[in-house]
Design a protein around this ligand. Structure first.
Ligand code: 5GP
Ligand code: ZN
Length: 143
């Protein structure tokens, strides 16, 4: 349930201080120290789980169920918030740096507020066969 070497478990246990904005039996929400934009908040399960790949469907349902009300509270806290990016990084290659699963809630103020994300469009490199091969592999991999 708790990993003694995990910085977020230490935050949950109160061993490291944090600016908590919401807490219940399932999750803790607190300000990300980096404040990519003002109000940048992390939602973490109280149970230590390294990433999405280790999360049960039941735990995921409980955790994600909390996100809309936390997102709405952040939005309501500041009239300048126009939108919000919600993201979850898994694995070092995907920019995960703390290996206790967490969801970033990044309020958005403008296109130049300090948050950037890039989705490359590679559609021109794919034909019907390519899409079907990828589709078949993923469908086959379900357990
Ligand atoms: P990741 O890069 O794993 O998706 O996100 C980890 C986040 O945790 C980073 O945005 C980083 O700023 C934040 N973080 C790391 N250490 C601490 C800490 O001690 N306190 C708080 N509040 N945030 C932290
Ligand atoms: Zn942990």
């Amino acid at each position: 349930m708790t990993d003694e070497n995990c910085i977020f478990c230490k935050i949950i246990n109160g061993d490291i201080p944090s600016y908590k904005v919401y807490e219940d039996d399932v999750v803790l929400a607190f300000l990300d120290i980096s404040q990519t934009t003002p109000g940048h908040t992390l939602v973490i399960p109280k149970k230590h789980v390294p990433d999405i790949f280790h999360l049960s469907s039941d735990d995921a349902a409980q955790i994600f169920a909390r996100v809309p009300k936390i997102a709405n509270a952040i939005k309501a806290s500041n009239p300048d918030i126009k939108g919000m990016n919600i993201l979850n990084n898994n694995g070092e290659v995907a920019y995960q740096s703390v290996f206790h699963a967490h969801i970033h809630l990044v309020p958005r103020y403008s296109s130049q507020d300090g948050f950037q994300i890039k989705f490359s469009d590679n559609e021109k490199d794919y034909n019907d066969d390519d899409y079907q091969k990828i589709q078949a592999k993923i469908k086959k991999a379900f357990k």
